[in-house]
Write a protein that binds this ligand. Structure first.
Ligand code: PMP
Length: 443
């Protein structure tokens, strides 16, 4: 019997023992194409020598120094590199060990910002119903994923959740994508007015929604209007790019494509590319200054923040993304993946929508293409697709979720940026096999 507490108590997973490029290898010698990069983590693939050598070199030099006393060379260098490439006026980087720690820190910093500014009545966070921001209590409160939240209700913070920007389902007939983008964004204004502008501290959103929606990009103009509304009411904008950041959408940060910059930005997954657990919260000069010129101390912290080995890994990963010209490759491969998915599944009776940006693509599975009616959740379509794909040697990330009482099934694809044309073709073949097995003849 394994003594590891598994994710699913009914499944004993195979033991992974190696990784090469886009492939993972288990102890029986089976190879799996990592089609979702461990939920958009493994952007460089597995076994990248440049990154592993950087980690080894840092380990030989210095494994740990507590940030209560000391900073470190890799933490300083990674912060400089990130700030040199971030949009807007982001100026400071607060390193953490993962995505939930980044969003949790963002929520606390937004709160402290208003306390420092002498407006302690601002404690309300607004987020969206179709979102996932992590599993710690604050982050889980911000997220709108009903399945993840349902058992923890009494422990969660009182967060406002507005409608998502979900063009496939919510754009009206005769409404242009731009008109819909503005209408969807205006839901934020309505909620601010409803709860009282003087009580709101921040709005938090994923630019491209990952885990709850299968790579759902915003409608054109949506985030521009969101930024305007935040500015109008003086509310902080927190963007959660834990999944969609670090080049995944073809630009280092997804929000660059929406022409906006946040006050606080959260990143993780692709920052360490799976080589080390690392995340970060970046904030603007004005947010930082409120703390620096106020109490002078962000009332937060974890033992492993700014870990030298984790930041050394992050430095090697971000350098690789930039120096190897991976961003234009993600754009080109992403366009090719979208085209191939449309060619293969565009007319599939159970495929409602194929969407995304860069190498971050989602397929929405429906019972009926014409009416967009989803499958009955009891049918567990997403879980069956995951199993059927895995049996074929494909790791992809099918998810099901419920938004506003409406169920949906999605498949999230986020392969490593180094995927070859041939591997992309294999991915699509294995996915097609899994879809045929699960969806052919389904009622
Ligand atoms: N935010 C987003 C957008 C995510 O996708 C995730 C993880 N799926 C998180 C936060 C939480 O990150 P972690 O699992 O590293 O805590």
């Amino acid at each position: 019997m394994s003594h590891v507490f598994p994710r699913n108590c009914h499944v004993q997973p195979p033991v992974a023992i190696g990784g090469e490029g886009v492939w993972l290898i288990d102890s029986e010698g089976r190879r799996y194409l990592d089609g979702s990069g461990g939920a958009a983590v493994s952007c460089l693939g597995h076994g990248d020598r440049q990154v592993t050598e950087a980690i080894k070199a840092q380990l030989d030099k210095l494994a740990f120094a507590h940030t209560g006393f000391l900073t470190s060379e890799p933490a300083e260098a990674l912060a400089d590199l990130l700030i040199a490439h971030t949009p807007g006026e982001l100026e400071r980087v607060y390193f953490v060990s993962g995505g939930s720690e980044a969003t949790e820190a963002a929520i606390k910093l937004a709160r402290q910002y208003w306390v420092e500014k002498g407006q302690p009545q601002r404690s309300r966070l607004i987020a969206r119903r179709q979102s996932y921001h992590g599993n710690t209590i604050g982050a889980l409160s911000a997220g709108g994923n009903e399945w993840r939240r349902q058992q923890f209700g009494p422990l969660l913070l009182d967060v406002s959740h507005i409608a998502p920007c979900y063009e496939y389902r919510e754009r009206g007939e005769g409404e242009t994508p731009e008109e819909y983008g503005i209408r969807a964004a205006e839901a934020l204004r309505e909620e601010i007015e409803r709860v009282g502008p003087e009580t709101v501290m921040a709005f938090m959103a994923e630019p491209v929604v990952g885990a709850t929606a299968g790579a759902l990009p915003p409608a054109p103009g949506y985030f521009k209007r969101i930024r305007e509304i935040c500015d109008e009411y003086g509310i902080l904008l927190i963007l959660d790019e834990v999944m969609c950041g670090m080049g995944r959408t073809g630009t280092l940060f997804a929000c660059e494509q929406d022409g906006i910059a946040p006050d606080i930005l959260c990143i993780a997954k692709g920052l360490g590319a799976g080589y080390q657990p690392i995340g970060a919260m970046l904030c603007s000069a004005s947010v930082y200054d409120a703390v620096a010129q106020g109490s002078g101390f962000f009332q937060h912290g974890h033992t492993y923040i700014g870990h030298p080995v984790a930041t050394a890994a992050g430095l090697a990963v971000v350098s690789a993304i930039l120096d190897r010209g991976l961003l234009p490759q993600v754009q080109a491969k992403g366009a090719a993946l979208q085209e191939a998915l449309e060619a293969r599944f565009g007319q599939h009776p159970h495929v409602g929508d194929i969407r995304g940006r860069g190498l971050f693509r989602g397929i929405e599975i429906v019972a009926d293409r014409a009416t967009k009616v989803p499958f009955d959740p009891a049918g567990k379509v997403a879980a069956r697709l995951k199993k059927a794909a895995f049996a074929r040697g494909l790791i992809c990330y099918p998810m099901s979720g419920t938004i506003d009482g409406k169920h949906g099934d999605h498949i999230l694809l986020a392969p490593p940026f180094i995927i070859s044309d041939d591997e992309m073709a294999q991915l699509i073949e294995m996915l097609a096999g899994a879809m045929d097995e699960v969806l052919d003849g389904i009622a």
